[in-house]
Each structure stands twice: as C-alpha cells, then as structure tokens.
Design a protein around this ligand. Structure first.
Ligand code: FES
Length: 153
C-alpha cells in the first residue's frame, strides 16, 4: 500500500507548549516508538531507536551539522538529520590526505514521520511503512521489550 493509498491516521502526541518546554518527548504511535523534537521553531518526528544499534535517541543532543539539524546518538555519536533521517559522516578525499573533511550522506537510515500542529495540539502520522528503512529493525516487539528492561535498571 502506498502512502497515497492509505488514509493518514493522526495521533495526538501532546500540547505544543509542553513539547517546546521539554524540547523532546517520546510517544507511541500505532505501536511504534516515536521521538518528537522541537528545534528552532520546527517540529520533527523520527523513530526513537537509532538505526545503527538501537541507541536511545531521546538522550541525544541536537546539533547543526553543515546547515542541517541533527540528533547525535548518545551511544556511538552517529549524526542523523531530523528532517530526512539521513545518516551523516565526514570523509576526506583519499587521493589527497591534506584535503578538508566534508560531510557526506549515507542516505535515509532513520525513519521520519509527519508531524503537525493544530490549535496548540501536536499530532503524528506514521510514514509509509511498505519500504524498509534500517531503523525499522529496532521497532520489533522483541527488541523493544529488551530495551525497556535495560532502561529500567
Ligand atoms: S547506536 Fe546510535 S550510533 Fe550506535
């Protein structure tokens, strides 16, 4: 089913003022753990667990990387763009070791979702789940149960 075939289900995730005050909040949308972030006037929604190894992105800092707002995973410091879910990395030209490192994209690794505000209330609808994104692995029931048990310790 494509995104255009399915009817969007918008789930209330909180009051905009509360999300602005907290800067980040985690929620569950149709069984999926989603992180909602407010940064410089924009709301974002992404899968809560990092595509690399399931790190808890709600504990990550937000940074501007090469003009893009990114969350920095607290486990191994991978940088993920909030708007697109791209994994970013730095690279130099291997033929010129004196070249300056530049930011490059690995492509979309972290699933992002649509978020909108209506009259002070914030809603999220999941993106089209028909194609795979690497962060999908960490949304499995088995993985999430193990993660919650770890975070309670
Ligand atoms: S788990 Fe996020 S960078 Fe490794």
């Amino acid at each position: 089913m494509s995104a255009s075939d399915r009817e969007a289900i918008w789930t209330f995730v909180g009051k905009k003022d509360d999300i602005i005050r907290c800067k980040k909040t985690t929620t569950v949308v149709q069984g999926r753990d989603v992180l909602v972030i407010y940064r410089e006037g924009v709301l974002y929604a992404i899968d809560s667990f990092c595509y690399h190894s399931g790190g808890p992105l709600q504990l990550g800092d937000i940074e501007d990387v090469n003009g893009k707002q990114c969350i920095v995973c607290p486990w191994h410091k991978y940088k993920i763009t909030l708007a697109e879910g791209e994994g970013l990395y730095q690279s130099i030209d291997p033929r010129d070791p004196r070249s300056k490192a530049i930011w490059c994209s690995k492509g979309v690794k972290q699933r992002t979702h649509s978020v909108q505000e209506r009259d002070g209330d914030v809603f999220v609808t999941l993106s089209d789940l028909s194609s795979k994104v690497e962060s999908d692995y960490y949304q499995s029931k088995k993985y999430k149960q193990a993660m919650r048990a770890t975070m309670k310790r």
